[in-house]
Design a protein around this ligand. Structure first.
Ligand code: FAD
Ligand code: NAD
Length: 462
């Protein structure tokens, strides 16, 4: 094999791409990964999951120190050092993105820095500032992820009016931040800046927040976030936003424009396919710009595969990872599978919101008969000790077989609690299986057990 010939070339080093590259190398494939940014790790590590969670953690501690200590009998004077908070976040990102470089070296994956372009079947160029390198490969895996979706009329200057990347780095706490979209990004980053002292207004087109999340959880979440101080207005269609001097003006149908000092556009993300050379091999995207793939992630062109945010399905880091692994395992062994029914979804607000499996609305729409068990955190000793009693666990189980179909949690550490539910669904467990499993006391996980008991009408502590 020549120096620039590989078994697999991965374009994009996000959670989908870097995980696929590592697994391919473990399976003995000569692997290269092309990334256009100087740092590895993709949206998730550089400007997504990780920096947002770092700021969510810091801002939650700040808020707790300001408003939650008194209850515990602790007196403290609290002051915000935003630069230090942002530096801490940047340090975490650097540590993790550097870590991917280490993993590439350890697994003997060749890294190319530049834009990857498909020139033909088995042919890829890496276009960097001063040179173009031509590579060949048996298999090409597109893992180029997604970017902020724009909205007609919203004039992004990528500073005062920007997307999530800008909202992870505001140099000062905005006086008034308007967020367009009450989806995951809007509510997570809205929580960050609201806790740090900004007035936050969220404008959402639909009549509810968190589209796709079980309706009971979304309703509870809106009530809780409004109590926390966010002004969430649903049924509002934003038609424009522009910078006006040192302010911004946001326009929407049926109301007076809002003046604010920052705007965060969070109306979804669009797949990255521009400049990728798909036209060179005749791959056409669907109407949402995604690359269509078959069962084993192969595109319409033999030997070219795609995974992660650039294809259909939830835009989640762990979904991209699972797909990357399944894709290369199939190439190397003939086996590789993703169970899309068991992919958890977590919103890292306070309280957290986490789901796996089907929602109540989906089951009703499909005419599936189910039983429901629900248990509140306020009846749980550990939640009381944590002073975090908002929310509940809801378990949906098949009416006849008792098989768990969906688990929906809003409450403290819901993102960790959902792991048990994902395993239950993966293993085809019944609600009775969860109810009969011994859960340590006092833990938040007991609320999951109680909700499982409640499916059969026999919760013990309520
Ligand atoms: P990406 O992570 O987007 O990586 C694609 C990579 O490809 C990028 O590095 C890009 O630079 C590179 N690239 C693109 N085109 C080319 C090219 N032609 N040549 C070379 N390189 C190229 N998901 C979660 O599961 N949990 C969370 O908590 C979470 N939080 C988020 C918070 C924010 C603010 C955002 C924006 C997203 C968040 N997500 C979260 C979503 C998550 O980041 C994505 O689902 C995930 O990163 C998708 O992985 P990917 O590998 O498909 O693509
Ligand atoms: P989203 O799809 O979650 O929410 C976008 C919201 O904007 C929707 O509720 C939509 O109705 C609304 N909207 C659309 N047009 C509008 C208009 N004209 N006026 C007002 N509202 C409008 O998108 P997002 O929050 O940008 O997140 C993008 C993706 O990133 C999501 O798919 C999510 O999976 C991923 N993400 C995940 C996490 C996590 O897992 N914790 C965190 C952040 C982002």
């Amino acid at each position: 094999m020549s120096e620039h010939t590989y078994d697999l070339i991965v374009i994009g080093s996000g959670p989908g791409g870097y995980t696929a590259a590592i697994r391919a190398a473990q399976l003995g494939m000569k692997t290269a990964c092309i990334e256009k940014e100087p740092a590895l790790g993709g949206t998730c590590l550089r400007v997504g999951c990780i920096p947002s969670k770092a700021l969510l953690e810091s801002s939650e501690r700040f808020h707790e120190a300001q408003h939650g200590f008194d209850e515990h009998g602790i007196k403290a004077t609290v002051e915000l050092d935003l630069s230090k908070m942002l530096e801490r976040k940047d340090g975490i990102v650097k540590g993790l993105t550097d870590g991917i470089g280490y993993l590439f070296r350890k697994n003997k994956i060749t890294r190319y820095t530049g834009t990857g372009r498909i020139d033909g079947e088995g042919k890829v160029s890496v276009v960097a500032d001063d040179e173009t390198t031509e590579l060949t490969a048996k298999h090409i895996l597109v893992a180029t992820g997604s970017s902020v979706a724009t909205l007609p009329g919203v004039e992004l200057d990528w500073d005062r009016i920007g997307g999530s990347t800008q909202a992870l780095d505001y140099g000062e706490v905005p006086d008034h931040l308007v967020i367009i979209g009450a989806g995951v990004i809007g509510l997570e980053l809205g929580s960050v800046w609201s806790r740090l002292g900004a007035r936050v207004t969220v404008l959402e087109y639909l009549d509810r927040v968190l589209a796709g999340v079980d309706g009971d959880l979304a309703k509870e979440a809106k009530t809780i976030f409004e109590k926390q101080g966010m002004d969430i207005r649903t049924g509002v269609r934003v038609t424009g936003a522009r910078v006006d001097g040192d302010q911004c003006v946001v326009e929407y149908e049926g109301g007076e424009p809002i003046t604010c000092d920052r705007v965060l556009l969070a109306v979804g993300r669009r797949p990255n396919t521009e400049g990728l050379g798909l036209e060179n091999v005749g791959i056409e995207t669907d109407k949402r710009g995604r690359i269509p793939v078959g069962e084993h992630f192969e595109t319409d062109v033999e030997g070219i595969y795609a995974i992660g945010d650039v294809i259909a399905g939830p835009m989640l880091a762990h979904k991209a990872e699972e797909e990357g692994v399944a894709c290369v395992e199939y190439l190397a062994t003939g086996y590789g599978h993703v169970n899309y029914d068991a992919i958890p979804n977590v919103v890292y607000t306070h309280p957290e919101i986490a789901s796996v499996g089907r929602t109540e609305e989906e089951l009703k729409a499909d005419g599936v008969e189910f039983r429901k068990g629900r248990f509140p955190f306020k009846a749980n000793g550990r939640a009381r000790a944590l002073n975090s009693t908002d929310g509940f666990v809801k378990i949906l189980a098949h009416a006849e077989t008792d098989r768990v179909l969906g688990v929906h949690i809003i409450g403290p550490r819901a993102g960790d609690l959902i792991a048990e539910a994902a395993v239950a669904i993966e293993f085809g467990a019944s609600a009775e299986d969860i109810a009969r499993s011994c859960h340590a006391h006092p833990t938040l996980a007991e609320v999951v057990k109680e909700a499982a008991l409640a499916v059969d009408g026999r919760p013990r502590n309520m």
